[in-house]
Ligand binder design. Structure first.
Ligand SMILES: [Zn+2]
Length: 83
């Protein structure tokens, strides 16, 4: 009788272990997140300070676009006059 119980217990253990092994879902490899998503197309970078800003807010000027008129004039006075 004891043997019988032991056998059942053993079988139960085996099935339990097999079940665990089989029921464990294979972890799908997560797609690696892009390290640095590129800037959206409608973003511009201030040529003076490097600030990223929406293209429709950027001030176009000589040498690039700028975040503000102050930076545009500063850039143009630095790069515009003497070549
Ligand atoms: Zn700026």
């Amino acid at each position: 009788m004891l043997k019988f119980l032991f056998l059942i217990l053993l079988l139960g253990l085996v099935f339990f272990l097999l079940g665990v092994k089989h029921s464990r879902p294979a972890q799908p490899k997560k797609a690696a997140p892009e390290p640095r998503p590129p800037l959206p197309k409608d973003m511009s970078t201030c040529a003076q300070c490097g600030l990223h800003l929406p293209a429709d807010e950027a001030l176009p000027g000589r040498g690039g676009v700028f975040c503000s008129a102050a930076h545009r004039s500063a850039y143009e006075s630095e790069h515009g006059g003497a070549a």
